[in-house]
Structure formats: C-alpha cells, structure tokens
Design a protein around this ligand. Structure first.
Ligand SMILES: [Zn+2]
Length: 377
C-alpha cells in the first residue's frame, strides 16, 4: 500500500467521540497536475469507496515503478461522521442527524469577494495568475472556523482538495446506471473523462441555485473569475461528480474496471506517466434533460421498465398498488413518462410513500426553457 497514508483526527461532538479521516497520497507534494479523489461524502453510498480502494492499489503499483508524475490525493471514505450514524442497522449517511444538514450542500463560499481581492494584482502571465488565485483561496480556507464537527470535517477535506487541477467526487444512487455530472464549461473535457472511465452517460448539472455541492465549491471560484477576467484566469480546477451506479454495485471486479478507467484518465492528463491510450468510442450517452418522477400515492411499487430502457411520453414506468383498497378490482395508480428518455435511476425499495422519488429519466433533447433541471446529488 502507499507510502503516505495520513490519519487526520477530527474533533468529536462530545468528549471521546473523535473521528478519523484516512488520506492516501501518491507522488511528490506540489507536483502537477494534482488530482484529488474522494468517495462516501454521502456515507451510505459505498460503491465509490470500493472503486477508490482499487484505484489506490493501481496507484501504489505505479508509484513503485516511479510512474507518478503529478500528485494524487485519495480519500476513500470522506465522511466518518456520517458512516457512524445508524438507525436500526441502516447507515443514515446523507444528512447529519444532529443538524439535519445534507453533507453535500453549503460547502464554504470561496467565491464571494474573490474577484475584487485579486483584480488589481492580476497580470499577463496566466500561470502567475493561477498561483495568485490559489494563494487567495488558501487564505480564505485558512481563515475558516470549525464551528462544529461537520464543518471541521469539511475544512479538513477542503484543505486537501482546494489547489487540485482535477477534483473527483464519487457518489452512488439507490439503483442506477453509472453517470458523470459536469458543468457546461467543462463538457468537452468531461466527455473524454467519461469515456475513459466507461460510465453509461454524461449529464449536465443544471442550475444549482447556490447549493454549493462539493464540486461546485472548488469549480465555482474559477468559473466566476474566468467569466469576469476571461483568458487571464483559466478554469484551473476541473471538478466533477460521478454517480457510480447503485448501492448494491459493490463489486471488486466492477470496481477494478472503473479504477482502471480513472487511472487511464490520470495517464491522459499526465498525472501518471505512460502513453495516453487511444480514446475508446464506447457509446457514451450525452443527456441534456431530466425528468424525476415521484409517487402519487403510497403502496407497493411495481416497475414496468428496467434500467437502461428507452421510453416515450405516455409510457407507464411504474404502478403503485394499494393492498388495502376495498374494491379488489381497483386499478393501480400509474406513473407515466412525459418525455422521451432512458430510465437511469430507480428506488431500491418496492414499498413507496406518497411523494417519494420513484424513477429518473434522462433524454437527449435540451429542455424548452434552455436551462437543464438541476441534478444535485
Ligand atoms: Zn451522494
């Protein structure tokens, strides 16, 4: 295993309840490009953790051969607070139980006031400008106060990630195909990345309305500065979220294949030495619109379409049976598609409550409004 495995002790909410983050590092600190990977920010999403375990093995092997040219930081389990929250044996990893906060929202605002603080110091040299902005972001991160254990955990991760050229946040769904989420500005690069990894599709992140997910926290500053100052400030941090299938997709073989995919991309960007392999044309789907459908009633959930199936408007996606309906001939409630799309995500449980999420469709056509529906993990 890697030579550099660091353990960061986080403050506990109460005496005797400290948590630990394990951070694996490969290559020389400060070498470029720097890539940062994490999984398990939503702690009940284990699929990405398995992939990063496999990726660490590949990186350790590459390090032994002297092939690591950049710096790679891997946090396979980014949320020790969440992973230890359980109720009746089920990990409650999406929201912090103490505060109700979603672990992937409200990351530090590194954008506000940033343009004004660098405006007068930006010059013609693009690399110097990037260094200047990174120093300014670091100054802001250094000033962050750990107001509670969750914020302390965020700050610890932020300090490892903020200056990376590439940030990858691995999540998974209930029951889903694998897909990558990218902002419009990074779409071209995301296509290359998605093809290397071998995910089923690429989807836009749409309007996030200031949710400040993990990826947005780090891409947002560069996005804002690039908009304001043009080519003088490039998009020097490319941050992406991946949904690596469903919670049942914890499989070492499949994880190994995806790890190989991430490793392939690290070679492509020069972080790992070796010829960038020829890009495979593996039929990556580029989706531009989404439809998320919730249940109109509580009951037993019967899916009529499998993952990966294409449907048209009006097609029945699922039926909800009320097992207590007095009339035994009562027709089930139905959920129908209102757009042409592919079934990319479903809930795992076949019991559903009124208003619960049931199925997500993704399609090729851009929505009429011109703005994609938000796809926040
Ligand atoms: Zn998630």
């Amino acid at each position: 295993m890697p030579s550099a495995a660091e353990t960061i002790t986080l403050p506990g909410a109460m005496p005797g309840t400290q948590r630990q983050l394990r951070v694996f590092s490969f290559g020389d600190p400060g070498a470029r490009p720097k890539a940062y990977f994490q999984a398990g920010l939503h702690a009940d999403e284990p699929t990405g953790m398995m992939i990063l375990r496999e990726l660490c093995k590949l990186l350790a092997e590459a390090e032994d051969k002297g092939e690591i040219k950049g710096e790679i930081v891997v946090v396979p389990l980014a949320n020790p607070i969440g992973v230890d929250q359980a109720l009746n044996s089920a990990v409650m990893g999406r929201f912090e139980l103490r505060t109700g906060a979603n672990f992937n929202r409200a990351w530090p605002d590194l954008v506000r006031g940033l343009a004004d603080s660098v405006r007068k110091r930006l010059g013609k040299d693009i690399e110097e400008n990037v260094d200047l902005v990174r120093r300014e972001i670091r100054r802001r991160i250094t000033a962050l106060q750990p107001e509670n254990p969750t914020v302390a955990q965020r700050i610890a991760l932020t300090r490892r990630a903020y200056d990376a050229d590439l940030i990858v946040d691995l999540h998974c769904d209930d029951e889903a195909l694998s897909y990558m989420i990218a902002p419009d500005e990074l779409w071209g690069e995301a296509k290359r990345f998605a093809a290397d990894v071998g995910v089923h599709s690429l989807q836009p992140n749409g309007e996030t309305n200031g949710a400040r997910c993990f990826d947005e926290c780090f891409f947002g500053p560069w996005q804002a500065l690039h908009k304001e100052f043009g080519e003088r400030v490039p998009l020097a941090c490319q941050a992406f979220t991946f949904e690596m299938g469903g919670v049942l997709d914890v499989d070492p073989k499949q994880a190994g294949r995806y790890a190989q995919g991430f490793f392939r991309y690290l070679r492509r960007i020069g972080c790992v030495d070796g010829a960038a392999p020829k890009q495979r044309s593996n039929g990556l789907n580029e989706f531009r619109s989404l439809e998320m459908l919730d249940s109109p009633a509580g009951g037993l959930l019967l899916y009529r379409q499998q993952l990966g199936e294409w449907v048209s408007p009006g097609d029945v996606l699922a039926e909800i049976v009320d097992p207590t309906a007095p009339d035994l001939d009562t027709a089930p409630a139905v959920i129908k598609a209102s757009m042409k799309g592919c079934v990319v995500s479903r809930r795992l449980s076949r019991q559903v409550a009124f208003g619960d999420f049931v199925v997500m469709l993704a399609g090729h056509e851009r929505p009429a409004s011109g703005k994609s529906k938000s796809l926040l993990d």
